[in-house]
Design a binder for this molecule. Structure first.
Ligand SMILES: [Zn+2]
Length: 246
């Protein structure tokens, strides 16, 4: 079967807010795209729903939390992102619901992005491997929170704190979705994306994957995606419109 071609994603925007469950979620796929966009002068802000404190088997959460927050901040800096927000939800047991939507809506009202980016939130990655529960909860809540942020009567107490409704989000993108329709060329920034993944040193060591090679891992995704876009390396996104009927 011929691979389905992907369309070039919209790059006519100023600010993007990236909302993911864990430190390392952006680096396993979309960081090279972020590097491209910050290189174009765009603003990208990271928002981590958890601090990834349950991510290292040999390290207790209270110690792990600090290590992983530091690694994410370093990793973000490599791709030109200087603002990293941590919402402090419990790693591994994030639940989709109004508490999560409220926290994400607040971030959207605060940062007023044109584009909101999250990760794949389908039940699988396209095969039989289930997606991780936090990823599913965060993606679904992010999509809802974009609508919440635009409505002054939802989480209205946030407006008493000086925030305004924000209806400026044009699209929500889910990176690495098996239903991806669009992609961006990351050929020039692929290496920067690899470096940002390498910044998760303690986490990668903790996984204990023998002979893990970040280049090989990221190429395994970016090359087939690149072929579908007609370039060497690309990152794929599923695109959700915030305009009714589109
Ligand atoms: Zn994750």
């Amino acid at each position: 079967m011929e691979p389905q071609p992907l369309e070039a994603i919209d790059e006519n925007w100023r600010t993007a807010l990236v909302v993911v469950a864990h430190p390392d979620d952006v680096e396993f796929g979309a960081a090279a795209a972020v590097a491209r966009w910050t290189g174009q002068g765009k603003d990208v802000i990271y928002c981590m729903v958890t601090s990834g404190e349950a991510g290292i088997d040999s390290m207790p959460p209270d110690e792990c939390r600090e290590v992983r927050m530091d690694e994410e901040i370093a990793s973000a800096a490599i791709v030109g992102v200087s603002v990293v927000e941590f919402l402090g939800f419990p790693d591994g047991t994030v639940e989709h619901g109004s508490t999560l939507r409220r926290a994400i809506a607040e971030q959207i009202r605060r940062h007023r992005p044109d584009i909101v980016i999250t990760g794949n939130f389908h039940e699988t990655w396209g095969g039989r491997t289930p997606n991780q529960a936090d990823h599913v909860a965060v993606g679904r809540a992010t999509l809802n929170a974009v609508a919440d942020a635009a409505n002054r009567w939802i989480f209205a107490d946030q407006l008493l704190e000086g925030l305004e409704p924000w209806a400026g989000v044009r699209q929500v993108w889910a990176a690495g979705s098996p239903e991806s329709t669009h992609a961006v060329d990351i050929t020039e920034t692929f290496g920067t994306g690899v470096e940002s993944l390498r910044a998760h040193r303690a986490y990668l060591d903790g996984l204990g994957w023998e002979n893990f090679d970040p280049v090989e891992m990221l190429e395994g995704m970016s090359r087939p995606t690149g072929t579908r876009l007609g370039v060497t390396h690309a990152t794929a996104f599923e695109v959700f419109s915030t305009t009714w009927g589109e």
